[in-house]
Design a protein around this ligand. Structure first.
Ligand code: GDP
Length: 145
């Protein structure tokens, strides 16, 4: 049971001005922000990040979308972070997401589903290091991890 997960606030949610509300849900949910930044991925970045999905029919559309505008990327700390964050964000398709979840509240559709959340402890570490160096990640006392 790991204590970090990785998230992104996706371009449509950023464009709609939901970043603040989503971050509030995250911190109210008991997650501590260990690292955070706003950036725009290149198409190549998005293709690398979503490489596991490259055989899926939506890979091209998804990587176009994820590189279409700025995102917020963050590493979140909490006990049981991966599982608890998946609960907080809700199902991939916002139509199936429970009431009160981030995707139910702020998603547009299955692709523009407001946020990313890691699906395993192993991927959380890989995804965190995809975006953040050790000099950009802080413990609860404000010291470098
Ligand atoms: P997640 O772990 O809940 O984000 O879901 P997946 O790992 O299955 O998919 C990764 C991302 O691909 C999702 O968050 C969506 O943005 C996108 N996605 C998933 N399924 C579909 C689909 O059927 N069509 C499109 N266009 N995008 C999808």
């Amino acid at each position: 049971m790991g204590n970090i997960t990785f998230t992104m606030i996706k371009p449509t949610a950023m464009n709609k001005g939901f970043a603040g509300k989503i971050l509030e849900k995250i911190t109210d949910g008991g997650f501590r922000i260990q690292a955070m930044k706003m950036l725009r991925m290149s198409k190549a970045d998005a293709e690398k990040f979503y490489e596991v999905h490259k055989e899926r029919p939506f890979y091209g559309e998804l990587t176009e979308f994820m590189s279409s505008g700025p995102i917020v990327a963050a590493v979140l700390e909490k006990e049981n972070a991966v599982e608890d964050y998946r609960k907080l964000i809700g199902a991939t398709n916002p139509k199936d997401a429970d009431e009160g979840t981030i995707r139910k509240l702020y998603a547009t559709d299955i692709q523009a589903n407001a946020v990313h959340g890691s699906d395993s402890d192993e991927n959380a570490l890989i995804e965190a290091s995809f975006f953040f160096s050790k000099k950009e990640q802080f413990d609860k006392d404000g010291n470098l991890i």
